[in-house]
Design a protein around this ligand. Structure first.
Ligand code: ATP
Length: 238
């Protein structure tokens, strides 16, 4: 098998006195969509923050494309090719949709390719083209999520990490965003997705990891996990 794009081994992480991740092992292959599923507080967001450099791992290794990135600063991780779309979207107030999108490309110097990627994002999310001169924080929740995902794409990442894609959005909007992720993956985008809605997570991903109390308790093909009654029983009601 090809070398994984991302490989975590024995990663522990947390906040001050609180340890949240307890020896996480995880692999993402190039071209995959991988979902992280688990109840509130399981440590999914903490895992993404540890990968993107907002938190340093306390031990273990995080390898990206064969190089150790564990403990690297967020701008270094972004430059290496990992974009993190955070929970809550965090768009910049006072900046237009277009400027928020362009901020995703702030490390890039290839102006022509940035303009092409902006065009691709506006094609992927036509509503953002209509709203591109509007303050991004005045968009609806679903439109803001599109803008946040678009900003992630604008760094042209080799790995796009999205925290809580569907949180607070209508089923129609979730479907629309899901279609966009599938279209992105079809052109080769590797995606690591945190998703609290387990069926959406399984539908959108090739493989998934179930996380409980900061540990991986199950992993496998999403189609197989989706058919496991123990998993639907445990997670359908959360
Ligand atoms: P959710 O779906 O609720 O966001 P999650 O699986 O993403 O859940 P995390 O946000 O990673 O979980 O939280 C894991 C644990 O870390 C929780 O117990 C949470 O209270 C704690 N935690 C998260 N952020 C901080 C912080 N900044 N300081 C201290 N503890 C934190």
């Amino acid at each position: 098998m090809a070398e994984p794009l991302l490989a975590l081994q024995g990663v522990t992480s947390g906040y001050g006195q609180i340890q949240v991740l307890w020896g996480m092992d995880l692999v993402v292959q190039p071209g995959e969509v991988v979902a992280l599923v688990g109840s509130n507080g399981a440590g999914k967001s903490t895992l993404l923050r540890t990968i993107s450099g907002q938190l340093g791992p306390r031990s273990g290794s995080i390898r990206f494309d064969g190089a150790e990135i564990g403990g690297a600063r967020p701008d270094v991780v972004l430059a290496a090719g990992i974009a993190h779309v955070p929970e809550g979207r965090r768009l910049f107030r006072g900046l237009t949709v277009r400027d928020n999108l362009l901020l995703g490309a702030y490390l890039r110097t290839d102006k022509k390719a940035v303009a092409d990627d902006l065009e691709w994002v506006l094609e992927l999310f036509p509503i953002l083209r209509e709203r591109q001169r509007q303050d991004a924080t005045t968009l609806s929740g679903g439109e803001q999520q599109m803008c946040a995902v678009g900003r992630g794409i604008m760094s042209r990442p080799r790995l796009l990490m999205i925290d809580e894609l569907s949180l607070g959005l209508s089923p129609r909007m979730v479907e629309h965003l899901g279609d966009a992720l599938t279209a992105l993956n079809k052109v080769g985008q590797t995606i690591l997705l945190v998703e609290q809605d387990v069926m959406t997570a399984f539908e959108l991903s090739h493989r998934a990891y179930i996380i409980e109390n900061g540990r991986v308790t199950r992993s496998g093909a999403s189609t197989e996990l989706a058919q496991d009654p123990a998993i639907s029983e445990a997670y359908l009601s959360i």
